[in-house]
Design a protein. Structure first.
Length: 558
C-alpha cells in the first residue's frame, strides 16, 4: 500500500493506480484559498459569515433567495409544500429567459435538472453549496449554464428538520433533528408532505431529465472527498442508469479532479478488515431497494444521482466537495443535455412498446428484487482507521478530524468492487392491474408516483392471475421494518370487474413504477412498506389464506 502526496493525480485504469505528478489534490480538510470568490455582504451565505460554524436556517434561506430574486430577472420561486410546522419549502427555478411554468420549460427544449439539499437536517453541506452555485450561475462565471439548462434548486428540502434542535454532549445543536421522519426512506410509501410535494409539484410537473440529491455520510474509511451513486434498482430501464454510470460518472470524476483538485468515486465503503477485501454499496448503506428518492426516480426512466461527503471532513470542506461535484454535473448536462433527453425518451418508448407487444402473452418479465455483484478488482483510497465524532458546541458541524485523516489516504490494491446491481427474482409483467374501488388510497398513491389510472365506467371481463397469500412475514433481508408475502400466483378463470374499479393500463412510461409498487413480491413495493396492512387484516389475513386484492390481468375479453 502506498500514500501519495498532495501534488499527485491518481488514475484508476484497469484496476491499477497510475500516479502522475501534475495536479494539486486537496486532502483532509484542505480547500483552495478563496475558492468561493469575493462577494458583497448581501450575497454571502451564513457559513461564509460565521467562519463555517453555522448552517442556514429556513428563515435565512428565504432572505437569501429574496436577494437573488430582487437582483436577477432569471429567477422564479415556487413553494414545493407547506410543512407540518406551517413553513414553506422554496424551490428556485433558474432560466434565461425566465421560466415560470413546466409548460414553458417543455416548450424551450432545454434540459431540466433538479438539485436538492438537506433532506436530512444534519447534512447541510449540499444546501450551502447550492446557495453558492445559484449565486455563481446568476452573477458569476457559471452564467453560461443557462444557455442549455433550466436548473431547479431546492436547497433545503427538510425545512422543519433543519430548524430543529437536539442535545449532544450536554449542549444544544441546531439542524440535527430528523423532522417528521427519515424522508429519504419515503420514496415508495410517500407518507410525508415533503416527498408528496416533491413528487406532485416537481417530478410530475417539471419532469427533470436528471435529479441530484446531496447528503453526508457517517464515519466512513474511504479517502474520497465525495462519493456518488445512481439508481441501482434492477427493475429500472437500464438505459438511463447505465448512461449515468458508464458515461457521466467517469467524465465528472476526471473533471472534478482537474478543475477542483478532488478525488471522487463510487458511493461505497470498505469492509472492516485491513487491508480491505471489498468495496461495496452495502457498506455505504446504498441498497438496491427503491425506498431512496434517487432510486425510486430511476424507475421513471430518468437519471438520478445521490452523493455524500464523508463525515470526518470539516463543514467548509464538505461544502466545497458538494459545490465541485454539482458544478461538474451541471457542466456535463449543459454539454450533453440533448443526448441525455434522448436516452430518457428512448427508454419511455421501449417500456411502452414492450408492454403493447409482449404483455398479453405473458412472455414479458422484469425483476422484483436484486443484489450487488463484483465488477472485478480495483484500487481504492482508504484510511486504516475511522474518525471519532465530535461537534462544535451549538452546531451540527463536526469539530475535529482525526490526525491521520489530514494526510493523504492509502492506495489499496485488488479490492473487489461489489457495486454491480443484478436482478435475483422476477415476475411476469401484465398488461395492467385492477384495483377495487374501496382501495382508493392505493390509487391516490399511484397517482402521486405519476402513474396514470382510469376508473371503469362499465364492467369489463379479463383473463389474468391472482396471488394467494398464505402468510405475511417480516422481511429479514432489509434494514427497514418491511414485510413480505408467502404464497404464489394462480391463474384465474375469466373474471368480471364492476364499474368504479380502478384500472392501471401499464402501457405508459411509468410502467416500471406501477409494476414495482404493485407486485406482491417486490423487494420493497407497497406490500413491503405495509400500505395494505390494515385492509388485509380487515379481510382476515391474520386468520387464513386470502387473495391479494390487486388483480393482474393480461387480456381484456370484453
Amino acid at each position: 500500500m502506498k500514500k501519495f502526496g498532495i501534488f499527485a493525480l491518481v488514475f484508476l485504469v484497469g484496476g491499477f493506480a497510475t500516479v502522475v505528478e501534475a495536479q494539486k489534490i486537496y486532502w483532509g480538510d484542505s480547500v483552495p484559498k478563496g475558492w468561493n470568490g469575493s462577494w458583497p455582504a448581501k450575497f454571502q451565505t451564513v457559513p461564509e459569515k460565521t467562519g463555517y460554524k453555522r448552517t442556514t436556517s429556513s428563515y435565512e434561506l428565504l432572505e437569501f433567495i429574496d436577494v437573488l430574486k430582487w437582483n436577477s430577472e432569471k429567477v422564479h420561486v415556487v413553494n414545493m409544500y407547506t410543512s407540518v410546522m406551517r413553513k414553506v419549502c422554496p424551490v428556485v427555478v433558474l432560466a434565461n429567459p425566465r421560466i415560470t411554468s413546466p409548460e414553458e420549460a417543455a416548450k424551450s427544449g432545454k434540459t431540466v435538472v433538479y438539485l436538492q439539499g438537506n433532506i436530512h437536517p444534519g447534512e447541510a453541506e449540499a444546501k450551502e453549496a447550492l446557495l453558492m452555485l445559484m449565486r455563481e450561475i446568476l452573477f458569476g462565471k457559471m452564467n453560461h449554464l443557462l444557455d442549455n439548462l433550466i436548473i431547479i434548486c431546492c436547497p433545503c428540502f427538510n425545512v422543519d428538520g433543519t430548524d430543529s434542535w437536539s442535545l449532544r454532549d450536554g449542549t444544544p445543536h441546531i439542524g440535527s433533528g430528523q423532522g417528521t421522519m427519515n424522508l429519504n426512506r419515503d420514496g415508495v410509501k410517500v407518507d410525508s408532505v415533503e416527498v408528496t410535494g416533491l413528487y406532485k409539484n416537481i417530478f410530475n410537473r417539471w419532469d427533470p431529465t436528471l435529479i441530484y440529491d446531496g447528503h453526508a455520510m457517517g464515519r466512513v474509511q474511504h479517502g474520497y472527498a465525495i462519493a456518488y451513486a445512481t439508481c441501482t434498482v434492477p427493475t429500472a430501464h437500464p438505459g438511463p442508469r447505465n448512461y449515468v454510470f458508464d458515461k457521466l460518472f467517469p467524465s465528472i470524476r476526471e473533471a472534478t479532479r482537474k478543475d477542483f483538485g478532488l478525488e471522487v468515486f463510487t458511493h461505497a465503503d470498505i469492509d472492516n478488515s485491513w487491508p480491505p477485501k471489498t468495496w461495496s454499496h452495502e457498506a455505504g448503506i446504498w441498497s438496491n431497494e427503491a425506498k431512496f428518492v434517487a432510486n425510486m426516480y430511476g424507475l421513471r426512466n430518468r437519471m438520478s444521482i445521490l452523493a455524500e461527503t464523508p463525515g470526518h471532513e470539516s463543514f467548509q470542506r464538505k461544502i466545497y466537495a458538494q459545490y465541485a461535484l454539482i458544478a461538474e454535473i451541471l457542466e456535463y448536462a449543459n454539454t450533453h443535455g440533448k443526448e441525455m433527453q434522448e436516452i430518457c425518451r428512448s427508454a419511455d418508448n421501449d417500456v411502452v412498446n414492450a408492454i403493447k407487444t409482449k404483455a398479453e402473452t405473458g412472455e414479458l418479465r422484469n425483476f422484483t428484487a436484486g443484489k450487488y455483484e463484483s465488477w472485478g478488482k480495483i484500487d481504492v483510497l482508504a484510511f486504516r482507521e475511522r474518525n471519532v465524532s465530535e461537534y462544535i458546541p451549538g452546531t451540527s458541524v463536526r469539530g475535529r478530524i482525526a490526525a491521520h485523516m489530514l494526510e493523504p489516504p492509502e492506495v489499496v490494491h485488488d479490492v473487489e468492487n461489489i457495486t454491480k446491481p443484478v436482478g435475483t427474482t422476477e415476475a411476469t409483467v401484465p398488461r395492467g392491474y385492477l384495483i377495487p374501488a374501496e382501495l382508493a388510497f392505493v390509487a391516490e398513491k399511484l397517482r402521486t408516483h405519476n402513474v396514470r389510472i382510469e376508473v371503469l365506467t362499465k364492467p369489463i371481463k379479463v383473463m389474468g392471475e391472482e396471488f394467494v397469500i398464505d402468510r405475511i412475514v417480516k422481511n429479514t433481508t432489509s434494514r427497514e421494518d418491511l414485510v413480505m408475502f408467502e404464497g404464489g400466483f394462480a391463474k384465474s378463470p375469466a373474471k368480471e370487474f364492476p364499474a368504479g374499479t380502478f384500472q392501471v393500463d401499464i402501457a405508459q412510461p411509468a410502467a416500471n413504477v406501477a409494476f414495482y409498487l404493485l407486485e406482491p413480491q417486490a423487494a420493497d413495493g407497497f406490500v413491503g412498506w405495509r400500505v395494505f396492512d390494515n385492509y388485509l387484516k380487515s379481510i382476515g389475513s391474520d386468520q387464513r389464506s386470502i387473495v391479494y386484492p390487486i388483480y393482474k390481468y393480461f387480456k381484456i375479453l370484453e
